[in-house]
Design a protein around this ligand. Structure first.
Ligand SMILES: CC(C)(COP(=O)(O)OP(=O)(O)OC[C@H]1O[C@@H](n2cnc3c(N)ncnc32)[C@H](O)[C@@H]1OP(=O)(O)O)[C@@H](O)C(=O)NCCC(=O)NCCS
Length: 162
């Protein structure tokens, strides 16, 4: 079973000779966050270049994943087009996010917290101050407005646990 706590960084490694803009985008985000955490003078000089890399791959991939978003390692975004993630949402390790997914705000204050190894189907929207438990699955095109327990599958509009 894929871990919900230990990041499997090999999931983010580019495959030789493959066109994988999602992995390039994530690599820029990881690089930026590493430089920020180390906070060395050389790192500070490099940061603007990494920001440019992130902007380039954001434009190519069509995903809006801000540089400061808290995302555990081992994220898979095989088709990054249309993914939008609020910078204050939290995503655990080894998650899978398909195309056109939004993780963001609702009229209620607060943002989603998604635990490890959650698979989120194409077009799903996860909105507001909710919690998605580890190993949960969110169906394609679901609109999730309430918390989902660990290991559960949420589908539909509004999403219900099946
Ligand atoms: C949610 C999901 C993971 C469930 O898969 P599963 O465990 O094989 O579930 P089943 O197909 O047996 O369906 C279970 C029930 O949920 C319903 N269901 C499944 N997916 C649904 C969806 N996306 N929206 C609405 N209902 C859905 C089924 O109709 C079924 O309902 P029933 O019990 O009333 O008959 C899967 O259907 C899904 O949506 N995966 C996303 C895949 C994706 O986005 N791929 C993109 C590739 S590019």
């Amino acid at each position: 079973m894929i871990s919900a706590t230990e990041a499997d960084w090999s999931r983010e490694k580019p495959l030789p000779g493959q066109y994988e803009p999602g992995k390039k985008l994530l690599a820029a985000l990881r690089r930026y966050q590493r430089l920020r955490a180390e906070s060395t003078p050389f790192g500070k000089l490099l940061r603007p270049f990494v920001v440019l890399q992130h902007r380039f791959w954001s434009a190519v991939s069509g995903a809006d994943i801000p540089l400061t978003t808290k995302i555990g390692g081992g994220l898979l975004i095989p088709h990054p087009n249309g993914i939008v993630i609020h910078p204050d949402a939290e995503i655990g390790p080894n998650c899978l996010i398909f195309q056109q997914v939004t993780i963001g705000a609702s009229p209620k204050p607060g943002l989603p917290v998604i635990e490890g190894h959650v698979d989120i189907g194409a077009g799903a929207k996860i909105l507001g101050p909710i919690h998605i438990g580890a190993h949960a699955r969110v169906g394609a095109n679901a609109v999730v407005l309430h918390s989902v327990p660990a290991n559960a599958t949420a589908v539909g509009i509004p999403a219900v646990v099946k």
